[in-house]
Design a protein around this ligand. Structure first.
Ligand SMILES: Nc1nc2c(ncn2[C@@H]2O[C@H](COP(=O)(O)OP(=O)(O)OP(=O)(O)O)[C@@H](O)[C@H]2O)c(=O)[nH]1
Ligand SMILES: [Mg+2]
Length: 267
């Protein structure tokens, strides 16, 4: 190949972003502030931000690709974002400041030879500053997921993940509702991808309308997921009667959601 062409190709390769940060959003008032902070956290690396939006009105954002979500549910929003990414790495974070851009930058810096890393509230040095009822539910939900799936991660439900794009491509998640990371982690580990975790600080949403009460939005899973079993169908009809903060009911509901919704997609 002529030198000049080789040079142009090299330049093209070098200027290609290495990392796509995918932020699913639904009426998030602080999204532009978050986009700016993510850019600052990754100022040392070529990156892009893809906002996959399902708001009432598509936000106009500076320095981010905004795509309108065509599918339904958070899990599928993430997949739409990953499909747009042409980078070696993809990261997924919430758009409400529960996940900190600096934590994501630390995850990227510490990735080493691993194929994916999870942000963990429960690894040594991590913190969960969410409201008490959600902290409790999150612990219970994590424990159930880890026990049943035999996952060796302290917090597979944190929602913050950084992975090689090939991990998502090989895993080909088929999410129903919210539980995409659980599915990705479980299948990726089975496929032999190397995973790790980095401690993070998770905070309750700063602003904006609450979208769900469960650690990862069980209510949205009920509202937006495609029923995968008769159990799920009965949960959907049952939903309007759910009180907002009834602990045992929440734990029971989460368990049923997990069993009826997430698990059939894992195997
Ligand atoms: N594109 C898209 N984004 C969503 C959808 N549901 C939630 N989100 C976004 O996904 C991220 C996580 O959802 P949250 O509503 O924060 O879920 P949560 O943390 O369990 O609950 P709260 O923080 O209490 O609302 C946020 O950035 C939401 O705006 C959806 O159906 N589509
Ligand atoms: Mg949130």
């Amino acid at each position: 190949m002529p030198l000049i062409q080789r040079g142009a190709l090299l330049q093209q390769q070098q200027s290609k972003a290495q990392l796509s940060v995918i932020i699913p959003t639904r009426n998030e008032p602080l999204i532009q502030v978050l986009v700016d902070q993510v850019h600052r956290a990754f100022s040392y690396i070529d990156h892009e931000i893809i906002v996959v939006d399902k708001s009432d009105r598509l936000p106009i954002l500076k320095d981010a690709r905004v795509i309108q979500q065509h599918s339904t549910g958070l899990g599928r929003a993430i997949l739409e974002g990953v499909a747009m990414a042409q980078t070696e790495w993809v990261a997924v974070m919430d758009g409400d400041f529960s996940h900190q851009p600096r934590d994501l930058a630390l995850m990227f810096a510490g990735i080493g030879r691993r194929d994916f890393v999870l942000g963990s509230r429960y690894a040594s040095g991590g913190r969960n500053l969410d409201i008490p009822v959600r902290r409790l539910a999150s612990r219970a939900f994590n424990m159930i997921a880890r026990l049943i799936l035999g996952l060796n991660f302290s917090d597979p439900m944190s929602g913050l993940i950084l992975a090689k794009t090939t991990v998502f491509q090989r895993v080909r998640p088929n999410p129903i509702g919210f539980k995409i990371n659980l599915e990705v982690i479980f299948r990726a580990t089975r496929l032999g991808f190397r995973g790790g975790e980095v401690p993070i600080t998770f905070v309750a949403r700063r602003l904006g309308k609450k979208q769900g009460w469960s650690p990862r939005g069980g209510k949205n899973a009920l509202l937006h997921s495609r029923p995968s079993s008769s159990k799920m169908k009965s949960m959907t009809t049952f939903r309007p009667h759910l009180p907002e903060t009834s602990g045992p009911l929440i734990a029971g509901t989460l368990l049923i959601i997990l069993l009826s919704d997430g698990f059939p997609t894992l195997f």
